[in-house]
Design a protein around this ligand. Sequence first.
Ligand SMILES: Nc1ncnc2c1ncn2[C@@H]1O[C@H](COP(=O)(O)OP(=O)(O)O)[C@@H](O)[C@H]1O
Ligand SMILES: [Mg+2]
Length: 256
Amino acid sequence: MARTLVIANQKGGVGKSTSVMNLGVALAERGLRVLMIDLDPQGGLTAAFGIDSYDIRRSAFSLIMYSHVSLARVMRPVRARLALVPASIDLASSEIQLAGVADRAHRLSQSLQRSRIPFDFVLIDTPPGLGILTANGLVAADEVLIPVQCQYLAMRGVRALMDTVVRVKNNLNESLKLAGLFGTMYRPGSKHAQEVVDELRAVFGPKMFPTLIHFDDVVAEAPVVGLSVLEYIPSHPIAQDYRKLAEEIAGGRDEA
Ligand SMILES: Nc1ncnc2c1ncn2[C@@H]1O[C@H](COP(=O)(O)OP(=O)(O)O)[C@@H](O)[C@H]1O
Ligand SMILES: [Mg+2]
């Protein structure tokens, strides 16, 4: 049975898409079979794999809109053991197109349940905001994984997101759990960043993953050539950060 994680934070630019890509590669490196789903109309994750989201016929949009479109038809292999359901720009219209549809937050969940393709992990990338696409991610997932930028005011957004998670749990997906939070773009020299991390640890305790993802320009450089940091510079400290985080998330769960 796949563990389905939705990577969510309504704030943009906190490292959601970066983390889905690098965690996806890190989990696949461990021998696990991973599916990534890009629900962001901007298609940052899709672009990072060198796929043009303006030029795709079947995407996450088809999966959400049309119940006859199967996962097998929209996903594509991007690495060994790693597949991607790309985003396309028409995802931006799903909010309007699904208005008035009774099960509009359950569309992705239903599509995934119909599929028999075996995966160990499904990672769902979400757009900024808490609209219908993010809701589809939260309903389709078993667990929510929250990247938090180690910066001023990061906590404020996290509280709003926690409220949303509780609301989704109460109304739409009672089995939704918090996988945990992890800090991104951490600068070790910064007293301020340390204060944010300390506060997150005080509030969330063991739900805050020990590993922090450090800040480094390599994170922006690697996707330019269509690679994760793990592939671009395998020994880079950021690659190690993501490998450690993947290990903490997988909890020793490797390919048997
Ligand atoms: N650890 C990091 N160090 C430096 N830059 C980062 C790091 N993580 C993400 N970034 C950069 O920050 C920007 C936003 O990251 P992204 O993953 O697209 O965020 P989101 O998906 O939450 O909007 C991108 O330009 C990305 O390259
Ligand atoms: Mg993104």
